[in-house]
Write a protein that binds this ligand. Structure first.
Ligand code: PLP
Length: 288
């Protein structure tokens, strides 16, 4: 596999980053996870937009412009003969002396890696998954804004460890006011009285690209939806619940902390949204 590192493609064995890189030392950097279907990236410009927003928020100048970055991603897929793939773009502050000051780093490090996409077992979609509500709280937006997709992922990792210990697929995190935020790598939705509801950005979430598209799909299908305030009670009383992210698309949740959601089967609105997602994929595949 070829890896893109800073300014060139190198064999993956040669793709090494300095031990002085502030991404390694401090988690100082940003990233994106993207998915390619049939050799074309889904929502490429949305992902590059978010990478730019994340970088701007931490005053990190991206080493490549928008068109150049898109070109690199396309070249990456071609060189590696990848059709169905999960890709990751990482931009760290770069190598520099020890110390928090970002100006110690001369130039950011840019890395693009990927792996062939491993489909999730179909049973996850037909049966639904178990999630827990984690004891770990989502980062306070005033401390480390969840809207920045940063390399500083320990908050999510701690919650993921809780999920794993409980045998759950995902952990949902509350904010410091007991409001529902998101999963460790996913956004969460509930369906209540036929209405699709998801935590609004202000409650402390990453504005997921899949989330955005699911809200658009709901509008197109005439299903009412809202971005709002949700609590654990909403979750437990929901008729349906599902998660969204780039790699898992729309994933039904059928149990929370051992309690069934609705009748314990993937819900009808969840299934409709996922079917529309797959049917409409082509609209958002990169065309260059
Ligand atoms: N929330 C978090 C914390 C994430 O890490 C992710 C993606 O990995 C998401 C939500 C979903 O975002 P997207 O739909 O853009 O993949």
């Amino acid at each position: 596999m070829w890896v893109y590192l800073n300014d060139r493609f190198v064999p993956q064995e040669e793709a090494v980053v300095s031990v002085f890189d502030h991404g390694f030392l401090y988690g100082d950097g940003v990233f994106e996870t993207l998915r390619a279907y049939r050799g074309r990236v889904f929502q490429l410009s949305e992902h590059l937009n978010r990478l730019e927003r994340s970088a701007a928020r931490i005053q990190l100048a991206l080493p490549a412009g928008r068109d150049q970055m898109a070109g690199l991603v396309r070249e990456f897929l071609q060189r590696n003969h990848l059709q169905e793939a999960s890709l990751r773009i990482t931009v760290s502050r770069g190598a520099g002396e020890i110390g928090l000051d970002p100006t110690l780093c001369k130039a950011p490090t840019l890395v693009i890696i990927a792996r062939p996409f491993q489909p999730y077992p179909e049973s996850l979609y037909t049966e639904g998954v178990l999630v827990i509500v984690a004891r770990t709280r989502r980062n306070l937006p005033e401390a480390l804004p969840p809207q920045v997709k940063s390399l500083n992922f320990l908050n999510n990792i701690l919650a993921k460890m809780e999920a794993k210990a409980a045998g759950a697929h995902e952990a949902l995190m509350l904010n410091h006011r007991d409001e529902l935020t998101e999963g460790t790598t996913s956004n969460v939705f509930v369906v209540q009285q036929g209405r699709v509801r998801t935590p609004a950005v202000e409650y402390g979430i990453l504005e997921g690209i899949t989330r955005g598209w699911v809200l658009q799909l709901a509008a197109e299908l005439g299903i009412p939806s809202e971005e709002t305030r949700l609590t654990v009670e909403d979750l437990l009383r929901a008729e349906e619940c599902f998660l969204t992210n780039t790699t898992q698309e729309v994933l039904p949740v059928t149990r929370v902390d051992g309690q069934l959601i609705g009748n314990g089967r993937p819900g009808g609105i969840t299934r409709r949204l996922h079917a529309s997602f797959r049917a409409g994929l082509d609209r958002f595949l990169d065309r260059e």
